[in-house]
Design a protein around this ligand. Structure first.
Ligand code: ATP
Length: 904
């Protein structure tokens, strides 16, 4: 009977063939028998072939394959066990590559460890970095849940002891919890991970980093399921926790012997380089499927890439192979994103892999024969799981986070450019949060407090950065922080190097981290702060600018600036900007200056452009196009309307259109002329009233070939009616206007001007028709006319279009005054100027004679200053003609004639 007890103890303490075994001393102690008896029984069991001795001193006894571990379980409900065993094989086969191959023995033993009643057996996983220890620990937990040994809601907590290497006290506090006052800063009694893992699993990674004191504290837990909180040595608390530990070091030299002994199951994971090629291929394919699902694009992989991945020598095990695949895919994904035309598959090519893998492939080509045979010659396609919205796994938030952490580390270790790394981290952080949403939002009840604290943090960050964030950012960060265990924070050192790329976000998060820490009673590592900074950087959108600014443009040296000055002084703020337009300044350069002024205003919601008159009213649509923000125009600007506009913009309560409406109501300017749908237009312009323009319009209409007449509207526009031009611009007329035709070039930006003389006697009509790109010219080409011929043709136009019988009188008066002027000037005007003069003056005389309408000339002030003598000369020249038709030409009308003389 005693010998059975001894075997039982060996099975319990060291059930695996791969474990370190037990010594006679340990068995004697555990069984409460003499060492001598223990030794006798152990040797007997060796003889029976149930145990074997390991070399070295003291002698250790190890179970052989002859011992069927499942017998150990027979004390526990056997039927239940069978079912669990069956489904468990499937579980591991699906989730762990090599479960039926090189990991077969390991899997069998860890299954037993999890199923062992009542709370499983403490398990120690050994193996080099990246061999899959954490992965297996997680799978063990999932397996226990699936087998019904743990409730689906059972906790799975991870403590990486290396994270607290510098602060052993904090590590113990994390693990066992502490009571208020246990140490400086222990403000309230806090449960540790042991308590938090009640009825679940606690995974202690890098357990050798646990200080000896901590290792001893674990004994109590392992032996009797009890522990003590820091600062309360007197109270022993109970905990039912399944313990899994791992170390990549040599366990015997880094762990207390007494602790090592307490792990009945010790499993060593094999190095990936010694695993069969098929398994390596299976691992690679497993990872490729994961990546295809993650990017939701099928990945095509050539045999050459598979061979390169299968044959490169890893020092970092499965983890390194995994990183190699995900980095290659990340690079391929960046290329895919950048490609102009997207193919059905995302190709993973050799150059996407890390340079050393490419090199090794080229060097090892001879050795790759076996791998080549295995993969064949066809490209392979790895499909995303099921459909676009399927995610990789049903892992828990912590797993997702770990995965993100691993990916980021992979990027940082790679030869990718910093920009590429940033881009990838952003994509991954986004993916991580989307998965968090999916996993957690259903099961997790988000505490209101958490949301409030995070919303406040996000809002403040937005303010500091001058940007906005979508609501998902708040819930994303809240979920992330809720799912984050203190010990699993982003702790990548290198991540700090990248912070330079989002240094603004980093300093803002660092500034505001205290709010999160205080509000949520957590501590954020600098790696975690970097992560939040990356996340914010990847999700910011430009904040909607709220301000509408006012820009006044007016002719004259100081007109606009003095209006703006009054408004700015009244409102104590320099909100209104001004642009003075000296009369010598061209429209084109005014337009450029206006654009520059608006750009200088920074980020704004819109501009209210207040102008005095004429073609400036057309600036709205042009500036809108040039700068890309809405511009509304108010013509006939006055100081009072500028003050009103400044007041409205200051209140910030109206949008641009509402402001226009409000000012319109007070200052009553009308908008006119809705355009007929889709018709193209030729506009005829006239500076001296619509009369001439309308007649010119009729003339052009008649001259147009019949096939064009129906599709083209010839429209007369009075250029001095600012609101009419404004509304034309706002309707987007530039796109439909073919040309402007008139006596004086109105310099409408972007619109071809054809002088009226050209239309009447030159190639103007031909040009016009060519501009329509539709018709053929039927009219004669009358280029090369003499001045006399041109004037006689002009007379025909005038007498045709002036209804009253006085047409000839007006015309001959106009011709005579031209001759007088030419004499006074001592030079003759060009044909085009002469024709425009006679036509313009004839119509002006008619207008003044019939309705007495006088047109104001906005350039008169300038003309008086610069061309006073010319104005006088013109006045003198026309006196006779005016007298003959009983009309007086006021100075402003003289101004228009001067503009014709000064043109060209
Ligand atoms: N058998 C396996 N099947 C599928 N994936 C695996 C397997 N083993 C390991 N992996 C993958 O390899 C990677 C490395 O594994 P893991 O992080 O568990 O290694 P580790 O031994 O804990 O490393 P470290 O000591 O650095 O923490 C993980 O991405 C994991 O998903």
């Amino acid at each position: 009977m005693r010998i059975h007890k001894v075997l039982e103890i060996v099975r319990r303490i060291a059930p695996s063939g791969g474990s370190l075994g037990v010594t006679a001393d340990e068995v004697a102690e555990a069984a409460g028998i003499l060492r001598h008896n223990a030794s006798a029984d152990l040797n007997e069991l060796v003889r029976e072939g149930l145990l074997r001795k390991s070399g070295g001193r003291p002698v250790r006894f190890v179970l052989t394959d002859k011992v069927d571990d499942s017998k150990l379980l027979q004390t526990d409900a056997p039927e239940d066990q069978d079912a669990a065993s069956h489904s468990s094989s499937e579980f591991f086969h699906k989730q762990v590559i090599g479960a039926k191959g090189s990991l077969r023995a390991v899997i069998e033993q860890l299954k037993a460890a999890m199923l062992y009643p009542p709370h499983g057996l403490p398990t120690l996983l050994l193996g080099p970095t990246g061999s899959g220890k954490s992965y297996l620990a997680e799978k063990m937990y999932q397996f226990a849940v699936q087998a019904g040994r743990l409730a689906p809601s059972a906790p799975f907590n991870v403590l990486n002891c290396a994270d607290y290497a510098a602060n052993p006290q904090l590590l113990l506090a994390q693990l066992f919890g502490y009571v208020k006052g246990a140490f400086t800063g222990a403000e309230q009694t806090t449960a540790g991970l042991v308590a938090q893992s009640e009825n679940g699993v606690l995974f202690l990674d890098e357990i050798h980093r646990l200080p000896p004191e901590g290792q001893e504290m674990l004994f109590l837990l392992m032996d009797r399921g009890a522990y003590r909180m820091l600062g309360d040595g007197a109270t022993q608390r109970q905990a039912s926790v399944r313990l899994i530990a791992a170390t990549s070091e040599d366990a015997r030299s880094v762990l207390l012997n007494t602790l090592l002994r307490r792990f009945p199951v010790v499993l060593t994971l094999p190095d990936v380089n010694v695993r069969p090629l098929q398994e390596k291929l299976a691992l690679i394919e497993f990872f490729l499927n994961e990546e295809a699902t993650r990017v939701s694009i099928p990945i095509s992989v050539s045999p050459l890439v598979l061979v390169a991945l299968m044959t490169f020598h890893t020092t970092g095990n499965v983890g390194e192979l995994h990183s190699a695949v995900l980095l290659g895919c990340a690079k391929a994904f960046l290329n895919y994103l950048a490609a102009a035309s997207k193919s059905k598959y995302m190709p993973l090519v050799l150059t996407n892999l890390a340079p050393q893998i490419q090199l090794e492939y080229l060097r090892n080509h001879q050795d790759s024969m076996k791998a080549e045979q295995l993969v064949g010659v066809e490209d392979r396609i790895y499909l995303p799981a099921h459909n676009q919205t399927t995610y990789l796994d049903d892992g828990r938030s912590m797993d997702l986070y770990k995965e993100l952490n691993r990916r980021v580390r992979g990027y940082l270790d790679s030869s990718l450019e910093q920009d590429e790394i940033l881009q990838l981290i952003r994509i991954d952080a986004d993916y991580y949060l989307r998965r968090l949403h999916r996993h957690e939002s259903g099961t997790y009840t988000m505490q209101e407090r958490l949301l409030v604290v995070v919303a406040d943090f996000v809002e403040e960050a937005g303010k500091e950065l001058g940007v906005g964030f979508d609501p998902e950012v708040t819930t994303g960060i809240a979920l992330h922080l809720a799912a984050l265990t203190q010990t699993e924070q982003f702790d990548s050192e290198e991540i700090l190097d990248l912070v330079a790329h989002c240094s603004r976000e980093f300093s803002v998060v660092r500034l505001l981290a205290g709010r999160l820490e205080e509000g949520l009673k957590i501590r954020l590592s600098s790696g975690e702060i970097s992560f939040l900074a990356f996340f914010l950087a990847g999700h910011k959108r430009e904040a909607e600018p709220q301000q509408i600014k006012v820009l006044v443009i007016a002719h004259g040296e100081h007109t606009a600036s003095s209006m703006a000055e009054v408004a700015n002084e009244l409102l104590f703020e320099k909100k209104v900007k001004a642009l003075d337009m000296p009369l010598s300044q061209s429209l084109e350069s005014t337009l450029q200056l206006a654009a520059q002024r608006i750009r200088e205003m920074g980020k704004i919601k819109g501009v209210l452009l207040m102008v005095d008159m004429g073609s400036l009213t057309g600036f709205g649509a042009l500036l809108e196009k040039m700068i890309g923000i809405p511009v509304a125009v108010i013509p006939f600007v006055t100081t009072a309307s500028v003050v009103e506009a400044a007041r409205l913009s200051d209140s910030g309560q109206m949008d641009l259109q509402q402001m226009v409406e409000a000012i319109k109501q007070v200052y009553n300017f009308e908008t006119v002329l809705p355009l007929p749908d889709g018709k193209r237009m030729i506009i005829t312009t006239c500076l001296t009233g619509e009369g001439t323009a309308r007649k010119l319009a009729a003339f052009i209409n008649e001259a147009l070939p019949a096939n064009l007449r129906d599709n083209i509207l010839v429209h007369a526009v009075n250029l001095d009616n600012g609101s009419e031009i404004t509304s034309l611009y706002l309707e987007g007329w530039r796109r439909t206007v073919i040309a402007a035709v008139g006596t004086v070039n109105p310099h409408l930006p972007g619109v071809v001007f054809i002088g009226m003389d050209q239309i009447l006697f030159g190639t103007g009509m031909k040009t016009l028709i060519e501009l329509t790109a539709e018709g053929q010219l039927e009219a004669d080409d009358t280029d090369g006319l003499s001045k006399e011929e041109a004037i006689s043709l002009a007379s025909r136009f005038v007498t045709d279009y002036i209804e009253s019988k006085d047409g000839e009188a007006y015309f001959s008066g106009a011709v005579a005054s031209l001759e007088r002027l030419e004499q006074a000037l001592g030079m003759s005007l060009r044909i085009s100027q002469a024709v425009r003069w006679v036509i313009h003056l004839s119509f002006a005389l008619e207008r003044l004679n019939t309705n007495g309408l006088i047109m104001e000339c906005s350039d008169l002030e300038y003309l008086e200053q610069q061309h006073h003598a010319l104005l006088d000369m013109i006045q003198l020249s026309v006196t006779q003609a005016c007298k003959s038709v009983s009309v007086t030409l006021p100075r402003s009308e003289i101004g228009y004639l001067a503009l014709i003389v000064l043109s060209e």
